[in-house]
Write a protein that binds this ligand. Structure first.
Ligand SMILES: [Zn+2]
Length: 171
């Protein structure tokens, strides 16, 4: 199975609002796409990947936060996910992004979220997540709206991260 090319900062597809997806019961190409997205994510040592990151402007994410979910949730793909509830409680934690490789920065986000979407079988799914899983879901869903984690930092911090990123990319 081929690894997919991960789009990086500067690529237009990362800034577009991705389109809603149909979830056909049988679609070998879609199954292959999901397998390739997982493989690409694991290869890059990520815990989440959104379709725009592999150049596909569609509302699909794959997530595997391992033991960090606290819910014993295995790897999952989610179509048309959206955050339907967010806690007033927030938490600031370091984040990175496979599309801005090599740099991290602290981002403040709601600590808990409820996310709804559709699974590969076409069934509606509702996930109540907190901590790492909540953060990962919010980060990946942001990708579907053309938002990157650096957009959620203060301009000062964002510039620091971008300077570091460009310096490293140039070397
Ligand atoms: Zn990302």
């Amino acid at each position: 199975m081929p690894l997919l090319k991960i789009e990086t900062l500067g690529s237009d597809v990362l800034r577009r609002r991705a389109g809603e997806m149909e979830v056909p019961a049988q679609d070998a190409e879609l199954d292959q796409l999901i397998r390739d997205m997982f493989e690409t994510m694991y290869d890059a040592r990520g815990i989440g990947l959104a379709a725009p990151q592999i150049g596909l402007s569609k509302r699909l994410i794959v997530v595997d936060v391992g033991d960090e979910s606290g819910k014993e949730m295995g790897p999952f793909a989610l179509f048309n996910p959206r955050v339907v509830e967010s806690s007033a409680d927030t938490e600031k934690q370091e984040e990175g992004c496979l599309s801005i490789p090599g740099v991290t920065g602290a981002v403040e986000r709601p600590y808990s979220v409820t996310v709804e979407g559709v699974d590969r079988q076409g069934n509606p799914v509702r996930i109540e997540a907190d901590a790492m899983l909540a953060r990962c879901l919010q980060h990946e869903i942001d990708h579907l709206d053309g938002i990157l984690f650096i957009d959620r930092m203060s301009p000062l911090k964002r510039n620091m991260v971008l300077r570091k990123y460009r310096k490293q990319a140039a070397s």
